[in-house]
Design a protein around this ligand. Sequence first.
Ligand SMILES: NC(=O)c1ccc[n+]([C@@H]2O[C@H](COP(=O)([O-])OP(=O)(O)OC[C@H]3O[C@@H](n4cnc5c(N)ncnc54)[C@H](O)[C@@H]3O)[C@@H](O)[C@H]2O)c1
Length: 263
Amino acid sequence: MGLLDGKKAIVTGGGSGIGRATCRRMAEEGASVAVLDIDGDAASLVADEIDGVGFGVDVGDPDGLRRVIDAAVASLGGLSLLYNNAGVGGFSRLEEYDPLEWDRILRVNLTGVFAGFRAAIPHMKTGGGGAIVSTASISGTRPAAGEGPYAASKAAVAALTASAALEYGPHIRVNAVSPGMILTTMTKPMFEIFPDQEQRFQRDTPVGRVGAPEDIADVVVFLCSDLSRFVTGQNIVVDGGLTLHGSGVDTLFDHVYGPQSQT
Ligand SMILES: NC(=O)c1ccc[n+]([C@@H]2O[C@H](COP(=O)([O-])OP(=O)(O)OC[C@H]3O[C@@H](n4cnc5c(N)ncnc54)[C@H](O)[C@@H]3O)[C@@H](O)[C@H]2O)c1
């Protein structure tokens, strides 16, 4: 018997990294999964692996996402779980951020989560309830220099989560997960450009390693399952203890811009 037997799940950003690992874990635990990603081919590949359905969509387009979620729900035969996970990063001095890039990060990371709620909640209400998890970040709770719009978008996801939990209880539970440093397509370039960072994360993370997508997927499955039936409105940090020391990428700004560059 699986933790998610009979559940019908939608995962955004499911074509890679944390989202892909979560689609696989959800399927292993008995859920039927719709994989959504801006990269429709990647979504289809993951869907094929887990006997799910794949869709290409930009979560930053609320009406487009609603159309795709409606189609996914029709295909799944209902909706019990939503994982708002699609996200994009960015790194620059704040005064050098192009406003268009600011808008893009906020549109995908924050508006994309709102758009997921907007599209999925009516279906969950019809089905009698459900659970929603969104990917925030340790950057939202312990921001570092150079990640202004990313950090702001993720802090906002945590606030939106708490507000939605108040609004939709008792039938829909709403939580966020805040990953620490996880090796995915998003973070790989940093380790390639600054190879010393891997040792730094091993040293500064109490569990002694960089995280894997499955480390987050397991917590998302927990938050979607009845094991977490008394948990709502929370932002669960899953970082191996990294932020006990400070923020996740607090040495990166000096690496990029040089020491004392913040003054
Ligand atoms: N990797 C980390 O260390 C880390 C840490 C904290 C938070 N996060 C968050 O975890 C989430 C997943 O990131 P990941 O590390 O797995 O990266 P990833 O790049 O491997 O996966 C992100 C996925 O989202 C998709 N995506 C991007 N923009 C989209 C859009 N507009 N619409 C639909 N899909 C879109 C991408 O195509 C990709 O498949 C993101 O929200 C990210 O901010 C990651």
